[in-house]
Design a protein around this ligand. Structure first.
Ligand SMILES: Cc1cc2nc3c(=O)[nH]c(=O)nc-3n(C[C@H](O)[C@H](O)[C@H](O)COP(=O)(O)OP(=O)(O)OC[C@H]3O[C@@H](n4cnc5c(N)ncnc54)[C@H](O)[C@@H]3O)c2cc1C
Length: 348
C-alpha cells in the first residue's frame, strides 16, 4: 500500500540502534537525507543490537515463536549479505547451519523441541537428525553427544561488527546528521521532539526499542545476559544450542576463537550486571558442551533488554508521515532487514 504520494527526501529516525541503523542504510540507498537521534553516545553500548548473539535461526526459534517469523527470517537471511557488502564486511555473515543437541539425561527435552517445530511447519521436515558420527563430522570437537539435529539453512551474524561498521559509515556519510546524547521525548506525524526542540521531517521513524515505552502500549523489556569468551582450545564453526530442562544455552562462534555464550531470558527490565546464578548456569553449560571452555578467558559480560510486546511479535504501524517499528524481542537480527524492506515500500 502506498500511503504517501510525494517522495519524501528528509527522514528523521528516533533511535539509532539495530533498526535505526538499518532504516538509515536503506533510506540512503534511496537517495534520502537522514537525521538520527539517540540518547546514547555514537559509540555507546546502550542498544540491544550490541548485546545480541546474532543468531539467524528462523527454524530453531519456532519452538517459542509464531510461524510468521519464518517468512521474514528467511527473507532477512537473503538480505544480510547485500547489506554487509555495502559496508564491506561480507565476512560478518555466515550460513553454515546450526546444531541442536542435549546431554544423554536430557533427551526428552531435545525430542520435545523438535516435535514442537515439526508441528508448526512442514518445512521443519528439512531438519536433519544426527547420530554421534554425524555430529562429529560437522563439529569434530563435539564428542560428548550421541544425538542432535541440524538446521542446514540457518546462519549467524557478527552483530557487533555490523553495528560498529555501520556507525562509522553513517557518521561519515554526507547525507547523515546524527544527534547523539539526545533524548527523544515524542515522535509525532512528520516531527521528532527532543526536550529542547521540535524537528520537522518529510517522514519519521520511531525505532527506540525498549526506550519507546511512553508511546507504545504493552511494550516491555526482557532481560538477557551473555558472555564473550576467548577460548583458544575450542574450535566450533557454527552456532550450537544445548537443550536442558532448566537452562538452555547457545554458543555462537566469532573469529579468533571468541564465542558468545547466551542467553538468559528473564521477565525484568533490570539492566544491572550479570547475576551469579546466570553466570553459573551459562558457564557450566558451556563447559559441559566443550571442556576447552574451562580455560577460556572472560572478555565481557553484557546485560540488556529485548524490546517485546504482549505477543512477543514485531509491530509495524504506519501513517502518512510516521512509521513505528518495535517489538523485535529476541529476533532483531533475524527479522529487521525484512521488516525494514517491507516498511520502506511506502516510498515506492
Ligand atoms: C541478550 C540478547 C541476545 C540477543 N540475541 C539475538 C540473536 O541471537 N538474534 C537476534 O536476531 N536477535 C537477538 N537479540 C534481539 C535484538 O538485539 C533486538 O531485537 C534488537 O536489538 C532490537 O532492535 P531495536 O533497534 O528495536 O532496539 P535497540 O537495538 O535496543 O536500539 C534502540 C535504540 O534507541 C535508543 N533510544 C531508546 N530510547 C530513546 C529515546 N527516548 N531517545 C533517543 N534514543 C533512544 C537506544 O539508545 C538504542 O540505541 C538479542 C537481544 C539480547 C538482549
Amino acid at each position: 500500500m502506498t500511503i504517501i504520494s510525494h517522495k519524501p527526501f528528509h527522514i528523521g529516525i528516533a533511535g539509532a540502534g539495530l533498526l535505526g541503523r538499518l532504516i538509515a542504510l536503506n533510506c540512503l540507498q534511496r537517495g534520502f537525507h537522514v537525521t538520527l537521534f539517540d540518547q546514547d553516545a555514537k559509540d555507546g553500548e546502550e542498544a540491544a543490537g550490541l548485546t545480541a548473539a546474532g543468531m539467524l535461526a528462523p527454524f530453531a526459534e519456532l519452538e517459542t515463536a509464531e510461524s510468521s517469523i519464518l517468512i521474514s527470517g528467511k527473507r532477512s537471511i537473503q538480505l544480510w549479505p547485500s547489506l554487509l557488502k555495502l559496508l564491506s564486511i561480507e565476512e560478518a555473515f555466515k550460513q553454515k547451519g546450526s546444531l541442536v543437541t542435549a546431554h544423554h539425561a536430557d533427551q526428552a527435552d531435545l525430542t520435545h523441541f523438535v516435535t514442537q517445530l515439526r508441528s508448526k511447519v512442514d518445512l521443519a521436515g528439512q531438519i536433519k537428525t544426527l547420530n554421534r558420527s554425524d555430529i562429529e563430522q560437522l563439529e569434530p570437537e563435539l564428542t560428548a553427544f550421541s544425538s542432535g539435529y541440524f538446521f542446514p539453512n540457518e546462519g549467524h551474524i557478527n552483530g557487533h561488527v555490523f553495528m560498529e561498521t555501520c556507525r562509522q559509515f553513517l557518521a561519515n556519510h554526507p547525507n547523515v546528521t546524527w544527534h547523539a546524547l539526545t533524548t527523544v521525548s515524542e515522535v509525532a506525524e512528520g516531527t521528532i521532539k527532543t526536550v529542547n526542540q521540535k524537528y520537522p521531517f518529510d517522514h519519521v521513524f520511531d525505532s527506540r526499542g525498549a526506550g519507546a515505552k511512553d508511546g507504545i502500549k504493552g511494550l516491555r523489556g526482557v532481560r538477557g545476559e551473555v558472555f564473550w569468551l576467548d577460548a583458544p582450545a575450542v574450535n566450533l564453526s557454527r552456532p550450537i544450542r544445548l537443550m536442558h530442562p532448566r537452562y538452555r544455552i547457545y554458543i555462537v562462534p566469532r573469529p579468533n576463537h571468541r564465542y558468545v555464550i547466551g542467553a538468559s531470558e528473564i521477565e525484568s527490565e533490570d539492566r544491572s550486571g550479570m547475576s551469579v546464578r546466570s553466570s553459573l548456569e551459562l558457564l557450566s553449560a558451556a563447559y559441559s558442551v566443550h571442556p576447552g571452555f574451562g580455560e577460556a578467558r572472560i572478555v565481557k559480560m553484557l546485560t540488556n533488554c529485548r524490546p517485546a510486546l504482549e505477543n512477543n511479535l514485531p509491530k509495524v504501524e504506519q501513517s502518512t508521515r510516521k512509521t513505528v517499528i518495535n517489538g523485535l524481542y529476541r529476533h532483531g537480527y533475524l527479522l529487521a532487514p525484512a521488516i525494514v524492506e517491507e516498511a520502506l515500500t511506502i516510498f515506492d
